[in-house]
Design a binder for this molecule. Sequence first.
Ligand code: BGC
Length: 745
Amino acid sequence: MKTNRWISTFCIGSICMTCGIGNLAGAVTPVEARVDSVLRLMTLTEKIGQMNQISNTEELTGQQIEYFDTKELIKGGHVGSMLNVSGAEQTRRYQEIAVNDTRLRIPLIFGMDIVHGFKTISPIPLAESCSWNLDLIEQSARVAASEATAAGLHWTFAPMVDITRDPRWGRVIEGAGEDPYLGSAIAVARVKGFQGDDLAAHNTMAACAKHFAGYGAGEGGREYNTVDISEQRLRELYLPPFAAAAEAGVATFMTSFNELMGVPATGSSFLVRDILKGEWNYDGMVVSDWSSVAEIAVHGVAEGKSGAARLAVTAGCDMDMEGHCYVSELEDLVRRGIVDESLIDDAVRRILRLKFELGLFDDPYRYCDAGREARETLSAEKRDAVRAMARESIVLLENRDGILPLSNRYKNIALIGPLADNPDDMLGSWCALGNGKNVVDIRQGIEQAVGESATIHYAKGCDIESDDRSGFPEAIRVAKSCDVAVVCLGEDRFMSGEGASRAKITLPGVQRELLQEIKETGTPIVLLLNNGRPLVLDWEKEHIGTIVECWQLGVEAGNAIADVLFGAYNPSGKLAMSFPYTEGQIPVYYNYKNTGRPYEPEMRYVSHYQDCPNEPLYSFGYGLSYTRFEYGAIELDSDTLVEGNTLRVTVPVTNTGNYDGDEVVQLYIRDVCARVTRPVKELKGFEKITLKKGETRSVVFELSLPDLEYVLADGRRVWDPGMFEVFVGGNPDEVKKAEFMLVAK
Ligand code: BGC
């Protein structure tokens, strides 16, 4: 068979090369030896071909800047990777061209944005992050990986680990919110979920930490916009999840579209060459974002494609995604001595290493398994995992009137709003091959949950975004005729994600007006929100006593929401990103600095607004339960922590309410006096526990030096002896407090 002959060619090549490198052979791993053996066979053109990634033109996830004949490019050895190809059959077709029709038969690597599922779509990543359940998040990525790999994919462009404090930015949906500690833990969970322990296993895929770096700090929350932050903030806030992903062995990194302090990230030697590949010693592969190599010239720091290619390859960007700059320019740049071939070799080595690690040289078709694809796609097991993830992603924002969970005394339930009977918008942005027909929407979920015990009366009321009020009368009539109105409002799935910044983040269209009119009927309201970002909900918070943040929960949305509404699951989500009172407050976040003039009521010359509180409407870490958790006093095993030792922080937590429930116990610290100013609270630990009603459990955290260090602008991690405050609670604003001294040995 052709495949076998192909494998033997490489085996022989590898063996010869291993022998050929003599005394170095013992110092390199077998993969390195095999990589070298291939590299030595390659012409410059073939090497540069490996650095080129092109999209399947039928499934574009960005703007195509040039027309080309995909198959001819592959045959010519000009393509190392494709994106947006999927399905066991389609991937096999392209792989056959690379393996059968090119001189060296190097297999292609197929990548796609498997951000929250392939077809069994799970909640948007921001929602999953609100579960604070790292095991479930890891499992969710594993579900996605096993389904996507069955469809021939090797590589996902996820997780996005961009920290952001700006809900106007549409891409907040893809990340883990505003906190570097939580963001790092979630980054690791996702990397582990996608990659497992063995990249070559048939159900794991290479992950990609993106977008490196600072993309979440775009001015004004405007997509692709300028980023200019201090190096201290970069290192303290934006880089930690990337460092954590690198440490966890993430196979690839993606650069970002933005400039950072005057240099486009894709051409930034400071970011890629110095920090990632230098300081962090990262040996994985770096891909550009879509056409971001070419955009270096548009930013205005390079002349044309040639200048852009030179900057990007020098910075350490190994693969050019849909920019067509490497493939058209690098050969000439090398021949003219402008780019050293060793840079090309380094990039190609990283690409080949990944292909070896994925097992593609052993069997280029190992992931193209139509049988597994048919068995695994949308399997009941996967849907169950996604449902478990979805219900833990829900955040109960208000339950002032105690309406939830809905008891069976509500016999007539009004179901109103543009998101109530709407499968497509449950999928969220970046939903790969997700399809509304596989979604259990809210109406279906609720109808199935109540069965014969209640009647659901549906009225759409209005569209998500229009000024058409013609549906109001029917919605009001339905609300009046029922015992309770479940009102489903929010955003459609295109209002967040890439290219979807919004300057106003209230409920779009006339949705708030609809809610106001339903409120007038006097029928109790349960407001369900489906949105891809934190919204401005000032009016809603003041006037609606029951609010549930349901995000965009994927194919099991309706079931998960029904689980929470009727009490089959007691909500436990805590926000991973703060909700502002108003857009004018942005950025607003929990880990702010004290300033020299901290807020004091009634004082004018202190840091405050005249027309709005300083704090968010709903803070990071906030979320309610149907039960209540009471925190006892913090016990420290010592009032000093000596450098090198560990401090135990113990807190009893009691479930004093009427339901069993899960609680995210959160630990924050404050470094009272340091060389640079420190936030008033910083998350440094959390544990999600389950408590039966009446049960008490002592939660123990351990603090040691690494938790108390911080980063200086030059990258040094330092600590200062002195007083620290430690806080434990169910959110950063309701905490118990203790103090200890950190002392040098
Ligand atoms: C996005 C990336 C994505 C890539 C490929 C770009 O526009 O910024 O996050 O991975 O497209 O689809």
